[in-house]
Ligand binder design. Sequence first.
Ligand SMILES: [Zn+2]
Length: 67
Amino acid sequence: MTSKSLSIKTAKEPANNPEIIKVPESTDQVACDGGHPALGHPLTYYRFDGADYVECGYCDRRFVRRK
Ligand SMILES: [Zn+2]
């Protein structure tokens, strides 16, 4: 008997996959409120300040500037 059964189980699906949100390259500032009326967070603004992306400190969303 050479039957191998590979069962890969995921213990836990990540509940909140950090989203990646692409914005035009000319964007200087983004606002994030979590995107959900109940599970969101206070509206917060982030400036790119020359960086390629910023991450929301509340919900880990990442805002990426398109090249
Ligand atoms: Zn957020």
